[in-house]
Ligand binder design. Structure first.
Ligand SMILES: [Zn+2]
Length: 203
């Protein structure tokens, strides 16, 4: 597979993902309201649907000749233990800390035996940190929220990477199942990783 085709796949994938995320946000707006007192016990009353399930996350991995592109979408609950804008100093600290951890690709996954460095990353926070009190519509929408993070990682011969180890389970206790889709120049696959089954071979 040549570079142009792979780039096209990456772009198609990103666009597909963008449409899933935006459909998800619309659904949130439709379902809308969550009472304020639900905020700490969202888990119990959570309405499950494909794009946002507590404990679950999706990870897309595309391996080019020298670059690995990684895309993570996860409910904020998995990372923070809550999904509303931070209201206490402790919650603010948690958001800051989580942002630092998630800014590094090796908090998400590693490539055992390979030498890799992060060349780029992008993060969409689950909520606006500068939340204004007069914006009620915004507050309601925040009853469920996701982190969306992408990384570009440069490895020596990324096309020769053999194994991936998912690190999110060690970093955050809220992850249970991570749905992974990966593609390289020669192969592709999908699987669900768990804390007990967090390594897989790219073949
Ligand atoms: Zn949620």
């Amino acid at each position: 597979m040549n570079r142009a085709i792979l780039t096209k796949i990456v772009l198609t994938h990103m666009l597909l993902f963008a449409s899933i995320v935006s459909a998800h946000e619309e659904e949130h707006e439709e379902h809308g309201h969550h009472d304020a007192h639900e905020k700490e016990e969202e888990h119990a009353g959570h309405r499950h649907h494909d794009a946002h399930e507590h404990g679950r996350a999706s990870l897309n991995i595309l391996l080019d000749d020298k670059t690995v592109n990684v895309e993570l979408t996860t409910p904020a609950l998995n990372v923070l233990g809550f999904e509303h804008a931070p209201k206490t100093d402790e919650q603010e600290a948690k958001v800051r800390e989580a942002g630092q951890v998630l800014s590094r690709y090796d908090s998400v996954l590693t490539f055992p035996g390979a030498k890799c460095t992060q060349s780029d990353s992008y993060m969409e926070l689950p909520f606006d940190e500068h939340d204004s009190d007069d914006d009620h519509a915004h507050d309601e929408k925040d009853s469920h929220s996701d982190y969306y993070v992408t990384y570009s990682v440069t490895c020596d011969r990324a096309d020769k990477l053999k194994q991936i180890e998912v690190q999110l389970f060690k970093q955050f206790p809220g992850f249970e199942n991570i749905d992974i889709q990966w593609a390289s120049n020669s192969s592709s696959g999908s699987l669900t990783a768990t804390s007990g089954q967090n390594k897989f071979n790219l073949e």
